[in-house]
Design a protein around this ligand. Structure first.
Ligand code: GLC
Length: 638
C-alpha cells in the first residue's frame, strides 16, 4: 500500500498575501545589517564557529562592546539616500548576543558599555526616515546553555559542552519568548527574517507553526521569510540571483536576493573586496528583471559606523536611483528574459531597457514585441532616441558612448503592455579562421563586441611563423582582449586575456565586474574561437590577485586565483590561494577539439594564521564529465 503523504501543515497565514506584501514588491531594494559583538574580532559573523572559540574567550568581546558611534539615524539616512525602502537588522545572530533588552537573557546590549536597547533606537530611526522595519532573528544560538551541540555548533569539538545535559524544550521556550518580545515591544514590525533551518533542526524543533501563530497574532500585517522550514512570504536566495523567475507550484512567488557588499556579512577588517556601485546597480536591475528584490548588506564596524567603502558606494547607487528609480520601484520582469547586453523591467505600458554594456555603435537591438513602440527616451536626461520597429524586432539608436557606464536605462513606451516577444536574432559568435601561413606575419581583421559577441570592435590577429599567433580585440573604451594562439602539432592552443577597468566578460553571457580586473584563461581548441559556450564559470581576478566568483551556488567568500587549461589533452584546474600554496588537479584526458564547459567554485575563510578552503569544479565536454571537490587548510607563511 502506498504510504500516505504527511498531512499538509496548516499555516496561520496565507504566504504572499498581497494585503500584507504589496509594499515589498514595490520597494524592490532593501538593506540588511549584520552587527554584533563579532564585529570586534572583525572576521565575519561566523568567527566563533569557524575558529571554535570557547564561550569564555568569546565573551570578552561582549565586555569590550562599546558602540560609541552607533547612530542608526545615520544608517537609515544612508539607506534612504541609496534608494532603499526597508531595513533589516540582526536583533540576535548565531552567537546568541542580543542587541535588544530581552528579559530572558543577560547576554544583551543593555549589559554592555552601550547600556541600552539598541533595537529600539534602530526602529525609531528607520520609521523616522520612512523606511519599513525588519528584524533578523537567528534561530541558532551557540551561547544558550540548552541549544544542543550539533554538527555546526561552535562548540562541536568541545567534549565538555557535548557531555552537558541540554534540554531542547527550554531553548525552544526561550526562542518563542524572545520572538514574542520582539513582536510586542516595538510597535508594528514589517518583516520577521528568521535564520535558519538545516539538517539537524527544522520546523519541528523550532515549533515553527506555533511560533508563527504567535507572531501573526501580535503583528497581523508582518511579512515572514522562508527559513523556518515552512513556507514563508518570501524566498531568500543568498549570494546569488536566480537565472529564471522563481515559482512555487507553477505560481510566481515573492523573493529577495541577499548579497554581501564585500565577501562577509559581519564586519571583516581584511576584506576589501567590495562590489562596485555599478555591480550593485546591475544586481538590482537583474533581480527586478526576474520579479524580485535585492537586499544589500552592510556590516558596521564595532563602534557602529558603516564602513566607508560601503557608504560611498551606497551614495553612488543613490545617484543612479534618483535618475533611474522609475525603472525599479513597482516594476516587474520584462518579457525578454536576459539580453546579452542587459535586462528589461516593466511597469504598465512601459518597458525599461537596462543596458549594462553599451554597444560601441550605439545600436540597441530588441526582439519583436506584441505591442507598438511609441517612444524611446533615456531616463538619465530624458533625451528622445530614434528607433525602428519591424517584424524582426526593434533597433534603438543611441549615442556612441555609454550614457551611463553602470546601467543606462531606456524607457520604451508602447501602445499597450508589451507582454510577450519573439527571439532576438543574434549574430553568430564570430569564428576566427587561422590561415596556415608559415613564416609570415598575418593580421586578420574581425569583429567582436564583447557585450553581445557581435557588432563593433576590431579584432586583430597576427601569426608569426605559423607558430605563435596573437590576436588583439579592443572595444573602444570598454574591453581589451589579448588572445594568443599557439600551434603544437595538430593542436592549437589559445590563451585569452581580458583586461578592463570595471568589467570583464568571460563566457557568452556571464558578466562580472570589479575594479581593475584581469582575467586569464587558457584553453585549447582545434582552430576554433574559444567561446566557453556551455560554461557557467564566472571568475574575476583583480590586479592584486584576488578574485570573485559568482555561481548558482552560494559561494560566499572567495579569495583565490584560478586558471583552467587544457594542455597535452589533459584538463587541468589550478587554483592558488594568494596567501600560500597551490592546489592542483589533473583530470581525465579530453580530445583536442572537445568543447569544454566548466564550473569552478571556491569558498574560503581566512583566519589569523591559516585559510580554510573548499574548491569544487565540474567539467564536461566530449565524453568526459569531471566532478570534484577539495578542501583543506593552508598555513599562512609568517
Ligand atoms: C546565512 C548565514 C548568516 C547570514 C545570513 C544572511 O544563513 O548563516 O551568517 O546572516 O545567511 O542571509
Amino acid at each position: 500500500m502506498a504510504k500516505k503523504p504527511p498531512p499538509a501543515v496548516k499555516l496561520p497565514f496565507t504566504p504572499g498575501d498581497p494585503r500584507r506584501t504589496s509594499w515589498f514588491k514595490d520597494a524592490r531594494f532593501g538593506m540588511i545589517i549584520h552587527w554584533g559583538v563579532y564585529s570586534i574580532p572583525a572576521r565575519g559573523e561566523w568567527v566563533m564557529q569557524q575558529e571554535e572559540i570557547p564561550l569564555k574567550q568569546y565573551e570578552k568581546y561582549f565586555r569590550q562592546f562599546n558602540p560609541t558611534r552607533y547612530d542608526p539615524r545615520e544608517w537609515a539616512r544612508l539607506a534612504k539616500e541609496a534608494g532603499m525602502k526597508y531595513m533589516v537588522l540582526t536583533t540576535k545572530h548565531h552567537d546568541g548576543f542580543c542587541l535588544f533588552d530581552s528579559k530572558l537573557t543577560d547576554y544583551k546590549a543593555t549589559n554592555t558599555k552601550a547600556r541600552r536597547d539598541l533595537i529600539r533606537e534602530y526602529v525609531e530611526a528607520a520609521r523616522a526616515e520612512g523606511l519599513k522595519v525588519g528584524f533578523y532573528y537567528s534561530l541558532l544560538d551557540w551561547h544558550h546553555p540548552h541549544y544542543t551541540v550539533d554538527s555546526i555548533h561552535a562548540l562541536r569539538n568541545d567534549a565538555k559542552a557535548r557531555a552537558e545535559k541540554r534540554d531542547w524544550l527550554k531553548y525552544r521556550k526561550y526562542l518563542h519568548g524572545q520572538v514574542t518580545e520582539l513582536m510586542s515591544r516595538y510597535g508594528p514590525i514589517d518583516v520577521l527574517w528568521a535564520d535558519f533551518s538545516y539538517g539537524e533542526k527544522g520546523a519541528k524543533e523550532w515549533g515553527s507553526v506555533e511560533l508563527l501563530r504567535k507572531v501573526f497574532k501580535l503583528q497581523p500585517k508582518i511579512m515572514v521569510n522562508n527559513r523556518l522550514d515552512v513556507a514563508g512570504d518570501i524566498e531568500t536566495p543568498e549570494q546569488r540571483i536566480p537565472k529564471t523567475i522563481p515559482q512555487r507550484d507553477g505560481r510566481r512567488i515573492l523573493w529577495e536576493s541577499g548579497m554581501t557588499f564585500n565577501d562577509h556579512w559581519g564586519y571583516a577588517r581584511e576584506d576589501h573586496n567590495y562590489k562596485s556601485a555599478a555591480q550593485a546597480i546591475r544586481m538590482l536591475a537583474d533581480c527586478v528583471s526576474k520579479n524580485g528584490n535585492l537586499m544589500l548588506n552592510v556590516g558596521p564596524q564595532p563602534d557602529g559606523r558603516i564602513p566607508r567603502e560601503s557608504a560611498s558606494r551606497l551614495k553612488q547607487i543613490g545617484r543612479w536611483m534618483r535618475a533611474n528609480g522609475e525603472s525599479i520601484y513597482g516594476c516587474a520582469d520584462g518579457p525578454t528574459g536576459d539580453l546579452p547586453y542587459g535586462r528589461t523591467t516593466r511597469k504598465g505600458d512601459t518597458l525599461y531597457l537596462h543596458a549594462f554594456y553599451w554597444p560601441a555603435d550605439g545600436r540597441l537591438e530588441l526582439p519583436p514585441f506584441n505591442a507598438n513602440l511609441l517612444s524611446a527616451r533615456l531616463l538619465k536626461d530624458g533625451a528622445a532616441l530614434a528607433f525602428r520597429q519591424n517584424k524582426s524586432g526593434i533597433v534603438i539608436r543611441g549615442p556612441k558612448s555609454a550614457p551611463d557606464k553602470a546601467d543606462a536605462v531606456v524607457a520604451l513606451r508602447f501602445d499597450r503592455a508589451p507582454a510577450s516577444c519573439g527571439e532576438l536574432t543574434r549574430t553568430r559568435v564570430p569564428t576566427v579562421t587561422v590561415p596556415r601561413t608559415k613564416g609570415k606575419d598575418v593580421v586578420l581583421d574581425g569583429h567582436i563586441d564583447p557585450a553581445a559577441w557581435k557588432g563593433a570592435a576590431t579584432l586583430e590577429v597576427t601569426l608569426r611563423s605559423g607558430v605563435l599567433t596573437s590576436i588583439r580585440a579592443i572595444e573602444p573604451g570598454a574591453f581589451g582582449y589579448r588572445v594568443r594562439l599557439m600551434h603544437r602539432g595538430e593542436v592549437l592552443y589559445v590563451a585569452v586575456e581580458a583586461r578592463r577597468k570595471g568589467g570583464v566578460l568571460l563566457a557568452d553571457e556571464e558578466v562580472l565586474d570589479g575594479d581593475g580586473i584581469e582575467l586569464l584563461a587558457d584553453a585549447a581548441l582545434d582552430g576554433r574561437w574559444i567561446t566557453n559556450n556551455r560554461s557557467s564559470f564566472r571568475l574575476a581576478i583583480d590586479a592584486r590577485g584576488r578574485s570573485r566568483v559568482q555561481d548558482e551556488r552560494p559561494a560566499g567568500s572567495v579569495f583565490y586565483r584560478a586558471a583552467a587549461s587544457i594542455k597535452e589533452n589533459i584538463y587541468t584546474v589550478t587554483a592558488a590561494l594568494p596567501f600560500a600554496s597551490l592546489v592542483k588537479s589533473n583530470g581525465k584526458p579530453v580530445r583536442a577539439g572537445d568543447e569544454i564547459g566548466f564550473n569552478l567554485c571556491a569558498k574560503s575563510f581566512r583566519h589569523p594564521n591559516w585559510v580554510d578552503y573548499e574548491l569544487w569544479w565540474q567539467a564536461s565536454g566530449g565524453n568526459v564529465v569531471i566532478d570534484r571537490s577539495q578542501w583543506g587548510r593552508l598555513k599562512l607563511a609568517k
